[in-house]
Design a protein around this ligand. Sequence first.
Ligand code: CA
Length: 231
Amino acid sequence: MSRILVVEDEAAIAELVLLNLRHAGHDVALAASAEQAQAEVDAMLPDLIVLDWMLPGQSGLALARRWRDSQRTRGLPIIMLTARTQEVDKIAGLDAGADDYLVKPFSTQELLARIRALLRRKAPETLGETVTIDALSVDPATRRVTAQGRELRLGPTEFRLLHYLMTHAERVHSRKQLLDRVWGDHVFIEERTVDVHVKRLRDALAPAHRESMIETVRGVGYMLPRENGKS
Ligand code: CA
């Protein structure tokens, strides 16, 4: 399930977008002004923001710029909504850091499709889709892990760790980053706990000869390559 923040001051449009996004299975929050939107983002980072350009007070454009300037919100996927159609405005929106842009009136089907495409690109782990690499499949909906028709047994932490590494493949993750992303922000756990769970994960993957998918990057952390040439 993805958390989506809709920033829109026109109640009718906000309501329509809210209903459609909820119907599509997203967890949706609404904000009717830049200040409300900032408060929502401060409280909890959404997975994606649908941001109206024209808002009372501070504009959506200024808000997008501010989010792009902050370390915490820099990577937030943003789809900008606007009634303007001129090319110059589209460029201003994309310059301010919007990832995509939709002109009003838009079809909710198109908005849903754009949201899905953007999440797939920037936050695939929130879509709840099965991820497959090197014939190893992880299905977050059923929490099943299979390799060539064989089901593998993983503990809950190993499952989250594998899902995170597979949805963020080809990147080296430090132990500290893995603790933040897989264990949660506010938990104090020693970094070597990560090594313990990586070992358990490799053991769980061994029956399908997939243990070498989790590579140790000496002095840095771990990574899962998209293509595994070793096995
Ligand atoms: Ca508006």
